[in-house]
Design a binder for this molecule. Structure first.
Ligand SMILES: C[S@@+](CC[C@H](N)C(=O)[O-])C[C@H]1O[C@@H](n2cnc3c(N)ncnc32)[C@H](O)[C@@H]1O
Length: 315
C-alpha cells in the first residue's frame, strides 16, 4: 500500500457548482478527481451511483449530469436537508425554484419566513427556509447552535450570499433530472446494504469526519469502523474520504485499502489534509498528467512510501 501526498489546488470557479446548498465539508473541490475516478471505471460497472452521506450531493449531481451514471441513489439523515431534496425532486419541485427566485432578502423577510416555516407553512416554503438558513448561518452550518451572521452584517452578509437566480437555476436543473436522482431520508448504511451485491453500483462515501463532524452536522455520530466493514462487503468500487486521523490510518491498514493524503484549502483558505481511500487507487497514478479539468486539479504529486512496519512516512 502506498500513501501519496497530492496537492489538489482546485480553482473552484472552473468547477461546475450544481448543489443548491453551500455545504460544510462539501466536496466541490474534489470534482475533477471524481471525474477521473469515474472515467477509469467501465460504464457497465457504474450505472448506479451511490452516495450514502449526501449532504449537498455535489457528487451525485456530477454523476448524473455529466452522464457518468444512469442513476444516482443518495441518502441523508438530516431532516432539514432532506426537506430540500424531497421537495425539488417532487412533481412540485418547480415551485421551490420560483419561491427562491422571488424571495427578496432582508432581515425582516427572513425572520417572517422562519416564523412561518416553523408554523405549518407549505412544504416548498419550509424548504425555502432551509436554503435561506443555509446561506446566512456561518459556514452554511445547519446544526443547532450554529452562529448566524452578526446583526450588523446581516442585511449585507445575506445579500452577498443569496444568489436567487443562480440557486433557482440549479434547482430547475435538478428538477429536470428527477427521474435519474433517487433520494431517501434514511441511514446511509441502509443504502450501502441495498446495493452491496450490485456489480453495476459504485459508491462515493463522504461521512461526517471523525474529528470535525460534531461541529458541522446535527447527525455526526456514526460507527466509523462499521463503515469500513460495510465497504468491504460492498462488491462495486468505492471511494471513501476521511480526515487524516491516526485511528483512520489503523483501519485503512486493517482492511488492506489504499490511501492518498490530499492537501486542500478550505473556503476560509485554511490548509487541511484529508484522505482518499479505496481498494485500489491506481487510477490516480495513471491519470493523464495534463488533460481537461485534471490540469486545473492536479498541481503536484509526490510519492510517499509506507515503511514495512506499517507506518506512513514521507519517502
Ligand atoms: C461530509 S458531509 C457530506 C458532504 C457532501 N459530500 C457534499 O459535498 O455536500 C456528511 C453528511 O452525512 C450526513 N449523515 C450523518 N450520519 C448519517 C447517516 N447515518 N446516514 C446518512 N447521512 C448521514 C450528515 O448530516 C452530513 O450531511
Amino acid at each position: 500500500m502506498f500513501v501519496r501526498a497530492l496537492d489538489l489546488a482546485v480553482n473552484v470557479s472552473q468547477v461546475p457548482q450544481r448543489s443548491p446548498f453551500r455545504y460544510p465539508g462539501g466536496k466541490t473541490w474534489l470534482i475533477p478527481t471524481l471525474r477521473r475516478w469515474l472515467s477509469s471505471i467501465a460504464i457497465s460497472n457504474r450505472k448506479k451511483f451511490i452516495e450514502p452521506f449526501a449532504g449537498g450531493a455535489s457528487a451525485s449531481l456530477l454523476a448524473v449530469m455529466e452522464k457518468f451514471s444512469k442513476k444516482a441513489y443518495f441518502a441523508e439523515l438530516d431532516g432539514e436537508v432532506a426537506r430540500v431534496w424531497n421537495n425539488v425532486l417532487s412533481d412540485n419541485g418547480c415551485e421551490l425554484a420560483e419561491l427562491v427566485e422571488r424571495f427578496k432578502v432582508s432581515k425582516a423577510a427572513t425572520n417572517r419566513l422562519f416564523a412561518h416555516a416553523a408554523n405549518g407553512a407549505e412544504l416548498s416554503e419550509k424548504a425555502l427556509a432551509v436554503l435561506v438558513r443555509n446561506r446566512i448561518q456561518r459556514g452554511g452550518v445547519l446544526a443547532p447552535g450554529a452562529g448566524r451572521l452578526k446583526d450588523g452584517e446581516n442585511e449585507k452578509g445575506l445579500a452577498s450570499r443569496w444568489y436567487p437566480e443562480t440557486i433557482s437555476k440549479r434547482l430547475t436543473a435538478i428538477h429536470a433530472e428527477r427521474n435519474r436522482l433517487s433520494f431517501a431520508n434514511e441511514d446511509g448504511f441502509e443504502l450501502l446494504k441495498r446495493f452491496r451485491n450490485d456489480t453495476e453500483a459504485v459508491a462515493f462515501v463522504d461521512p461526517p469526519y471523525l474529528v470535525e463532524g460534531k461541529r458541522l452536522y446535527s447527525h455526526w455520530q456514526i460507527e466509523h469502523h462499521k463503515l469500513f466493514a460495510a465497504l468491504s462487503d460492498f462488491r462495486g468500487d468505492f471511494l471513501l474520504t476521511y480526515d487524516d486521523a491516526p485511528q483512520i490510518r489503523t483501519w485503512i491498514e486493517e482492511f488492506g485499502y489504499q490511501a492518498v493524503a490530499v492537501k486542500m484549502k478550505t473556503t476560509h483558505h485554511t490548509k487541511k489534509r484529508e484522505l482518499l481511500i479505496g481498494r485500489s487507487l491506481d487510477w490516480l497514478h495513471h491519470a493523464p498528467a495534463k488533460s481537461g479539468q485534471a490540469k486545473a486539479a492536479l498541481v503536484q504529486a509526490t510519492m510517499r512510501k509506507r515503511t514495512s512496519a506499517g507506518k506512513f512516512t514521507a519517502a
